[in-house]
Design a binder for this molecule. Structure first.
Ligand code: TAP
Length: 496
């Protein structure tokens, strides 16, 4: 797979290397440590990034703490803060092509997807939360316990303090925006840690935040490993809140590290999301939707529709339709291709799950093999049929383009179908495909998941809360709900 030609701007940025942002200054790691950044579509080294040492993480926490305690950000009026956030969005749009290219090189996503989707969406996220800065409000209350005296009682929403924002590699820019924008809108000082594999769009975002006028120490960026900088941020007593997106396993580690100072925790974790297709669905749309749900970003999506539950009478038609789409997907980073997995190691782990599925007796209908294309970490889109709910491939988050299909009886009630969908330790997302409005809403009500789409799958929006039931997480991203999770609520009782 030939690597797309690089723009001069991106080329020189990659040559310079990626640095840490601490207290408004860009710097190398104090011990000079660096790691390579690899293009997953070609296996080639794109450049290098600093790896924060313990001392750097300490300095970043100090800087965030100092800026928060000194009111460097909260001292601005809400309207001034809103303007800064809006400007970040505008700057992202001005540098759309460059950021899209960086994100595409770093993740293997197509330029169409990053230019047309991820970058504008991340920019809009800053604009959405820019509007919230002036709308963070308390309430007035009336006391009943002391009848003979007068009181003035009100609540205040205050920023939670220093927020550590830990982001995975599958959507580096959008996930950073989903955390940074509401945290800044709430008035927090932040330390953002992208995944070591994908720092490129995050460092560019940091530059734009500085250019937009975010004061020194309010946005810090630590590059480096989860077991190093990430674990320190989760455990440090000077950090008030950690917002994490990634695997359920790491989520548990963060929770336990955060218990030292009982910092507030938001976790957006894994999923095994069901796509439920009833016999009366628009099958053409459902087949297209089910394929999109599992093959987009090569299945490396927390809401990937990795379980396909289909009414028996249309099961074969739907599975064959998805298989046909899978077979037509070429490896590559073009608009109609299937992209690479993030690393050779991750591809090996997905291949191991495919082997498990075969060992468990599921029928491999298509795919299942690594694809050697231009040195990238490609894998054939894979469909398993005759999957039993107890099989590991029906239960574990594989995080690759691997679909587990199973039928349900046509006459099953919506609640019975939902019970199949709920047979999982996760509860992040689901989609329901039917033309019967009553069946759709009965199923939605019975499915235990944080977001359920009807006749579509995977459509996000800044205004729509997003997060998981059960082991898919704690808390919500997006909307007012996310903003409030970066605040504390103070009640004030004044005797007049
Ligand atoms: P995770 O380990 O969960 O990594 C996500 C982020 O957390 C990265 O920035 C990572 O840093 C950091 N991290 C890792 N260990 C940490 C710790 N002990 N304390 C604080 N931060 C820590 O994901 P992964 O290893 O890259 O992928 C493993 C599996 O997780 C995937 O196969 C997939 O199943 C799942 N996953 C799920 C999601 C979503 S959105 N649900 C996203 C990514 C991965 P470094 O990567 O720099 O070390």
């Amino acid at each position: 797979m030939a690597e797309a030609s690089r723009s001069a701007t991106v080329g020189s940025r990659l040559e310079r290397g990626q640095q840490l942002l601490i207290d408004g200054q860009w710097c190398e790691a104090s011990d000079g440590a660096r790691c390579d950044i690899i293009n997953p579509a070609s296996g080639q080294v794109l450049g290098h990034a600093a790896v924060a040492a313990e001392a750097d993480t300490d300095r970043a926490i100090q800087a965030a703490r100092r800026s928060f305690d000194a009111g460097a950000w909260t001292g601005l009026t809400p309207a001034q803060r809103g303007k800064v956030l809006w400007t970040i969005g505008d700057l992202m749009e001005q540098h759309l092509d460059e950021i899209a290219e960086l994100e595409s090189l770093d993740t293997g996503k197509s330029l169409d997807a990053t230019r047309g989707g991820e970058v504008p969406f991340a920019a809009d996220c800053f604009r959405y939360y820019a509007g919230w800065c002036t709308k963070i409000e308390g309430a007035t209350k009336t006391l009943s316990t002391v009848p003979d005296q007068q009181f003035h009682i009100y609540t205040r929403r205050e920023p939670v303090g220093v927020a550590a924002l830990i982001v995975p590699w599958n959507g580096p820019l959008v996930q950073a925006a989903w955390k940074l924008a509401p945290a800044l809108a709430a008035g927090c000082s932040c330390i953002l840690k992208p995944a070591q594999q994908t720092p490129l769009s995050t460092t560019r975002l940091g530059e734009l935040a500085v250019e937009a006028g975010v004061p020194d120490g309010v946005v810090n960026i630590l590059l480096g490993s989860g077991s190093g900088a990430g674990a320190t941020l989760a455990a440090d007593y000077r950090v008030d809140k950690v917002s994490f997106t990634g695997s359920t396993r790491t989520g548990r580690e963060i929770l336990s590290a955060a218990s030292g100072n009982l910092k507030k925790v938001t976790l957006e974790l894994g999923g095994k999301s069901p796509v439920i297709v009833f016999a009366d669905a628009d099958l053409e749309a459902a087949i297209e939707g089910a394929a999109q749900a599992i093959f987009s970003n090569a299945g490396q999506v927390c809401v990937a529709g990795s379980r396909l539950l289909v009414a028996q009478s249309v099961y074969e038609q739907v599975v064959s339709g998805v298989v046909e789409i899978a077979r037509a997907l070429e490896p590559g980073t073009g608009g109609h291709c299937i992209g690479p997995l993030i690393s050779a190691e991750h591809r090996d782990s997905v291949l191991a799950w495919i082997e498990t599925g075969q060992g468990e007796g599921a029928t491999l209908r298509t795919g299942g093999r690594a694809v050697e294309a231009g040195g990238g970490y490609f894998l054939e889109p894979t469909v398993f049929a005759d999957v039993e709910p107890g099989m590991q491939i029906a239960r574990e988050e594989i995080f690759g383009p691997v679909l587990a299909a199973m039928p349900f009886p046509d006459d099953a009630a919506p609640e019975e179908v939902a019970a199949l969908a709920n047979d999982s330790e996760y509860g992040l997302a689901a989609s329901v495909w039917t033309q019967d409005i009553s069946r759709a809403h009965r199923t939605v009500a019975a499915v235990r998941a944080g977001i359920v789409w009807i006749n579509c799958h995977g459509i996000p929006d800044m205004a729509v809360p997003f997060g998981g039931y059960r082991q898919s997480g704690w808390g919500r991203e997006n909307g007012m709900e996310s903003l409030l999770q970066y605040t504390e609520l103070k009640s004030v009782v004044a005797r007049l």
